[in-house]
Write a protein of this length. Structure first.
Length: 96
């Protein structure tokens, strides 16, 4: 539970019928995590660092944000399409 939500819950206030059911939740400042990467993920991280010039933390942060957006777009009824070149046909991308 976020601090702003906890404060609302403990203040005794209730939501009005006119208020939306879902409010934007506060974005946490940061969180330290430990991650065990597979060999393939290590190679991908190294390649991403070489391509972008970003450090590991920035690469992982960007990858997670992009993965979240792509996953959201690919949910029903949405879809994600990829085109290798401007002249090539669109291909449906599926994430498993």
């Amino acid at each position: 539970m976020t601090n702003s939500r906890a404060a609302a819950d403990t203040s005794g206030g209730s939501m009005d019928a006119d208020e939306p059911a879902h409010r934007a939740e506060a974005v946490p400042q940061s969180e330290r995590v430990t991650v065990n990467l597979t060999g393939k993920a290590v190679q991908a991280l190294q390649r991403l660092q070489e391509l972008t010039g970003y450090n590991k933390t920035d690469c992982i942060n960007r990858a997670l944000i992009i993965a979240s957006e792509v996953e959201g777009m690919s949910r029903e009824p949405g879809a994600v399409y990829w085109r290798e070149t401007p002249e090539s046909d669109l291909m449906l991308v599926r994430f498993v």
